[in-house]
Write a protein that binds this ligand. Sequence first.
Ligand code: C2E
Ligand code: MG
Ligand code: MG
Length: 521
Amino acid sequence: MLGLLRNTQEPTRTVDALQPGASGDRGLPPAGTETEIERLRGVIAQLMHTAAHDPLTGLLTRGLLLERLQNELAREAADDARIAVLFVDLDNFKLVNDSLGHGSGDEVLSEMARRIVGCIGPQDIASRFGGDEVVVLHPHAIDGSGEALGQRILAALADPIFISGKEVVVTASVGIALCKPGVKSAEQLLREADTALYAAKDRGRARLVEFNDELHTRVEKRLQIESDLRAALRKSQFFVEYQPQVRLKDGCVVGVEALVRWRHPVHGVVAPGEFIPVAEDCGLIVPIGRQVLLESCRQLSEWMQAMPGRPLAITVNVSPRQITEPAFFTELRQILAETGIDPASLCLEITESVMMSATEEVVRVLNQVKALGAYIAIDDFGTEHSSLSRLRDMPAEVLKIDRSFIDGLSSEPGDTAIVSSILSLAYAMGKHTIAEGVETREQAAMLLRMGCEVAQGYFFSRPVAAERIGPMLSRALWEPRSARALHSAHATEGLARRGHRYFIDEFLDHIGAPMGTKAGP
Ligand code: C2E
Ligand code: MG
Ligand code: MG
């Protein structure tokens, strides 16, 4: 017990007073004497202190903070002071626990509490609300003192912590909400501070966000989406569109990416970017993702039956919430069995950020998927900081080059260099590549020359309804016009070297242009 609460009046007795043998026949003063009364007072005070404080951090319990907050909110609003509530939460605390063990995690929490208490004023109180979440009540906030307190806490927590000789750096996020007495309930003020904390995490962590009307509107909208999503599941308003994936050397459709859409009764068709993040947060991504996977496999099976012997793969986006669902792998196997599709024609897409921060649990499931014969692709590759050793160890066979690099293929030498490097890396690691977001013939031709195998994008086709895919399976979606591109793609030298050489050609073209030496296409 650290006894961290400021202003605490309780006498600091040790727990020895509660131990058998500490008094009585075995030393107890006679009942009713002043010494005995004094002793009992001490025991009661100790019990009350224990009940009021969190055993690990010594901070006040949640119940007591709530009681104090309610009292503050009920007081007369005599001056301009407002009541501020600050939600403080460590960023990535789970990582500390997972990597250093729970003992170290506890030490970090104790130190966090000590530092927070070092920042608060004599009228403020701090309470552990659970896990790594601490709530600070600053009952007399004037002239931005609440925000200043939050910033002091952020700065204090950002200093390294030394645990068993190791330096641990943990940052925190703070959400703050303020109101005058009598305006809001304790629950509402806490909810608003929590919302602000959530926004701080969302905006990149290690920062303070104050609750305001705009945040309020956003939260309302979010809650509305969440409730609409629940209804959408019940009413089967989700459907899947498919975007062809084209083999660059001959324009043949070799696969399709399944992309979910929501037919909203009021807003029309809603794109996944609008609702997937909400569905991920509230867990609805699990049933939505299950529907998408089942529908995609069912659709693939229908195409396969219509065109036996025609090879076709399907790639389906999955979110981490789905993969960590205990039933995920069993359900995947069931879906494959029900629809009768070969696991080798299914590829699960996982974004690079998820892949790089994948827990052991996620990697275990991905390995099971791989062992089953299905493929794993890293989506939006190049946008995060991939560690090469992690990339080597991950069970992913396909890299999907993010659209942002394809955008600049013809105009930005930097993007050309990145695409070229990704292709070389993929080749060296024995992985396949799919370029995303190809919008022009020029981009397709460049990718082909650089050694990219497969691409998708509006240039070939937008995502379309299933019935529009059928006719695309029997024709080429493009024909490479330039013999040079084709020749280059078929050349016997390694893809990796080809990628690099292309980049060097480009670079020479670029710097040679002013002297009139730029080669034609
Ligand atoms: P993504 O998996 O990277 O999908 C590619 C996105 O780029 C799709 O957007 C697609 O319509 C769009 N796109 C394709 N070609 C082009 C192009 O040439 N130019 C441009 N500007 N865009 C192109 P969409 O359908 O809005 O999906 C957005 C994201 O939502 C997806 O990105 C994926 O991360 C997520 N998503 C979609 N469906 C699902 C799903 O069923 N489950 C999960 N968990 N996420 C999904
Ligand atoms: Mg994708
Ligand atoms: Mg992508």
